[in-house]
Design a binder for this molecule. Structure first.
Ligand code: F6P
Length: 319
């Protein structure tokens, strides 16, 4: 194997740059050249490739976003487009690929392997932490810390005014971010897709647990209620309480990665290069406890990754 490629795809996640750096450095040590595909699957389709070296990947460890850019690429659902992307990989002499992203990224990577025999390994890069086979995804630790700082600030003003706040955090289908920050910030209620959100219980909690009427409710965007805005409207129409609503949104995706994310990104980057060199393909390289894991890409989205039950228990015990 003489030349590998790396790309970042889907929602960007803090730590992706540290990951790209680790891949380039590891490959260089193993005598392999690294190509960066710019703009995720769109860049692969359009032949937007650039040679990475130590200089290009210097001083990026602490930067949020991704120097390789990213995209959502619906064209990749089309088999002809995937075949065109494979032509680009072949034209550029790519022997193996590291795909850093979430389940959408892994679906595409799996198809490249199955349909065209491309040697490809995935690495978990998403703030949602919703991929089976790894304890944590690159970007998650930074996102929960960013959200926690914001929620602490909201609590200050909520407390001063004796107000009810509904704060919506990201997590398209999963409540990892909501549950972790809910416990970390002492939310009076945490609404997540993993548990049924009950407006009566929520109201009861606001009335009985809120201190001096100050209440902070964390709502995962994937909650079946439809999100913070909808939940607040239901509460208002049923009980006449009109909470303030804050949607944290994309602020959770930016910023310098935490030490945890940088170290995870570095370890998985080095391991992904070695996995390719060992002949592995169609797997995600992750980490469980202290160990590296190699999980078939299909399993990462087909097997449900559960929010730890201890978090759900704590979120109700400690209110
Ligand atoms: O997958 C990461 C994520 O930030 C989700 O939490 C969120 O639902 C989604 O991406 C938003 O995607 P976009 O930035 O493309 O709207």
């Amino acid at each position: 194997m003489k030349r590998i490629a790396v790309f970042t795809s889907g929602g960007d996640a803090p730590g992706m740059n540290a990951h790209v750096r680790a891949i380039e450095r590891t490959a260089e040590k193993r005598g392999v050249e690294t190509i960066g595909i710019v703009g995720g699957y769109s860049g692969m389709l359009n032949g937007h490739f650039e040679l990475l070296d130590r200089i290009r990947t210097a001083n990026i460890l602490d930067r949020g976003g991704t120097i390789l850019k990213t995209s959502r690429c619906p064209e990749f659902h089309d088999a002809d487009q995937r075949a065109a992307a494979v032509q680009q990989l072949r034209k550029h002499g790519i022997d193996g690929v590291v795909a850093c992203g979430g389940d959408g990224t892994f679906h595409g990577a799996h198809l490249l392997h199955v349909e065209h025999g491309i040697r490809i390994v995935g690495t978990p890069g998403t703030i949602d932490n919703d991929l089976f086979g790894t304890d944590y995804t690159i970007g998650y630790d930074t996102a929960i810390n960013t959200a926690a700082v914001a929620i602490d600030r909201i609590r200050d003003t909520a407390d001063s005014h004796g107000r009810v706040f509904f704060v919506e955090v990201m997590g398209r289908h999963a409540g990892f971010i909501a549950m972790d920050v809910g416990v970390a910030c002492g939310a009076e209620y945490v609404a997540v897709p993993e548990t049924l959100t009950d407006v009566e219980v929520l109201y009861e909690r606001i009335v009985t647990q809120g201190l001096d009427k100050r209440t902070v409710v964390i709502v995962g965007e994937g909650d079946e209620s439809g999100g913070a805005m909808q939940l607040a409207q239901r509460l208002e129409s049923r009980y006449g309480i009109a909470p303030k609503v804050t949607i944290l949104g994309h602020v959770q995706r930016g910023g310098a990665p935490t030490v945890r994310d940088r170290v995870l990104a570095a370890r998985l980057g080095a391991a992904a290069v070695d996995a390719l060199l060992e002949g592995q393909s169609d797997v995600m390289v992750g980490q469980a406890g202290p160990d590296l894991t190699y999980v078939p890409l299909e399993a990462t989205w087909e097997t449900h990754k559960a929010v730890p039950s201890y978090l759900i228990d704590l979120s109700t015990l400690l209110v």
